[in-house]
Structure formats: C-alpha cells, structure tokens
Design a protein. Structure first.
Length: 299
C-alpha cells in the first residue's frame, strides 16, 4: 500500500503538482501506515502472548481483509500510474508552451521511471485475476513479478547514482504550475497575421530571449498580448512551440558570437550565457535539436 503512494508522491514532486493531490496523498499515507502498524502489533502480540492475529481471528476473517487490501492496493497502484502519466504529460506540454529553459525538458528518465512500473502492474493484476477465479498457492507470475520489482529497485538505485537531482524537489519557478492553467500551443481559430508579425518583431528587436528565465507570461506582459494568442501565433506561423521558438533565437545569437572574432576570448559557457541559455547543457541540447551539431563545431 505504501509503495504506490511513495511512487506517485515522487513523480508529483518532480512535476510540481503534489499540492494538488495533497488530500489524496495524506489519506493514503495514513491508510498505509495504519496497515503497517498492524504488523508491529502482530509482532508485539506474538512476543507477549505467543499468539498472532491469525490465531485470534482465524483465516476465515483475515482472508477477506487480506485480499481486500491486495485488491485496493492494486487499484491504487493503477491510479498512481495513470495520474503519473497524465501529470508528466501535462508538465511536458507546459514546459514546451510556457517556459524557455531546455533543461526542464530533460525528463526521459522520469518517463522510464513510470513505465518500468507497467510490467509489475500487469503481472500483479494477472495474479489477482487467477486468485479471483479460484486459483490457490503461489504461481510463477508471482516469481516473475518479484523479479520485475527487483529490477525496478535496481533502476531507481542506478538513476539515483547517475541523476544527482533524482531526489530533489522540482525547480522553484515551477511552483506556479500549481495554480496556472496550461496553455495549449494548438488552436483551430484563425490568427491575425499583423499580431503574429508584431510578436516576431518584438522578440527580435528587443531580444527578450536573452532573459534566461523568460516565460510566455513574462513576454505577454511586456508586449501586451495574451499568452494564448502568442502561443497560437507561434505554433501556426512557425510550427514551433514557445520553448523551441525562443531557443532558436538563442541559437542564432550564439552562432553569431561564435563566429565573431571579437568574442573569441569568451568561453562556450560565456557565449551561452550571453545568448540567454541557463547552462552549458541547455545550450548543447538546443544546438543539437536545431542544427544537429554542438556549439564547438562552429568555433
């Protein structure tokens, strides 16, 4: 019971959405620790009386409780899996359409973390279905499920070693995600070409892309055009989302500095910073995505 709650809490913390599920998480933490306390009670009972809950209540009463707990835990795990998928998908779209830091899109490891749970759910569900049909004893499905659980634990351990921020919270500026509705980059309504041209001109002439923390809401306030209109214009006129669109400007700026002899004294990190990139890795990812080459190739 505790595992799916921890799993979901971890994912929600990473995508900045845990407060939206606070009551759900608290209730299931309380329920999980309540069930865990029964184990300690059973141990204490055995130490002082030599008996267990099974001896006192009998399997007739404990079996429905045990199986009910198993089915509830399974349903909870499926819910956690679906919520994790939905909120991670929402996070990805939010970053694409509202933020400009390329680093925030580096969540492939989080997708892997979620999908590794899939085989465990399938095997667990198959075993419960077998029992519901009258099956008895432990089947091979249970053994295979334990193997996948071991692999899951290995995956988490490996990622904790290679991903130093694995157990850190979400980026502070993403706390706004909790209350802001997401902006979709796609719209079927017609767009005003003059407004779109103005958006493009404002970004180019005033170089808002040099702001490393730029969001679509910041840009909207500066040019007095709604964030939704900006998103629709960018998507329909260029085919890019806001994140890609802004980082393309940064790549062009960095290219100019890389080829400029007057900037030869600057390091690649310095050029990236002067072009609006928050980090070296964000700069490299943007270059790879747009040009298929690293910044060093143009030096």
């Amino acid at each position: 019971m505790l595992f799916p709650v921890l799993f979901l809490n971890f994912v929600l913390e990473k995508v900045g959405r845990s407060s939206s599920y606070r009551l759900f998480l608290r209730f299931h933490y309380f329920l999980a620790f309540g069930l865990i306390s029964l184990t300690f009670f059973n141990i204490i009972l055995h130490l002082f009386s030599g008996k267990s809950l099974l001896d006192l209540l009998g399997w007739k009463y404990l079996e429905p409780f045990y199986m009910g707990q198993q089915y509830y835990a399974f349903i909870l795990t499926m819910c956690a899996f679906v919520i994790a998928l939905r909120e991670t998908w929402r996070y990805r779209n939010l970053i694409r359409n509202e933020f400009t830091d390329f680093e925030l899109l580096g969540i492939s490891w989080l997708w892997q973390f979620i999908f590794v749970l899939g085989p465990i759910i399938v095997l667990w569900g198959a075993e419960l279905f077998r029992i519901a049909l009258g099956g008895t004893g432990q089947s091979e499905l249970t053994t295979v499920a334990y193997i996948f659980i071991a692999l899951f634990n290995y995956f988490v351990s490996y990622k904790a070693f290679t991903q130093q921020t694995l157990f850190e919270g979400s980026v502070n500026k993403l706390k706004a995600i909790e209350t802001k509705p997401g902006i979709s980059g796609k719209s079927s309504s017609p767009i005003d070409s003059e407004i779109c041209a103005r958006i493009q001109n404002q970004m180019e002439s005033k170089a808002y892309y040099l702001n490393q923390n730029l969001t679509i809401h910041d840009f909207a306030r500066e040019i007095q055009i709604s964030a939704r209109t900006i998103s629709s214009c960018i998507n329909q006129s260029t085919g890019f989302n806001f994140n890609e669109w802004v980082n393309n400007f940064r790549v062009e700026k960095a290219l100019g500095l890389l080829k400029d002899q007057d900037s030869s004294h600057l390091s690649i990190e310095g050029i990236g910073s002067d072009s609006g990139f928050r980090s070296r890795s964000a700069m490299y990812k943007a270059f790879k995505r747009k040009l298929g080459l690293s910044p060093g190739h143009f030096r």
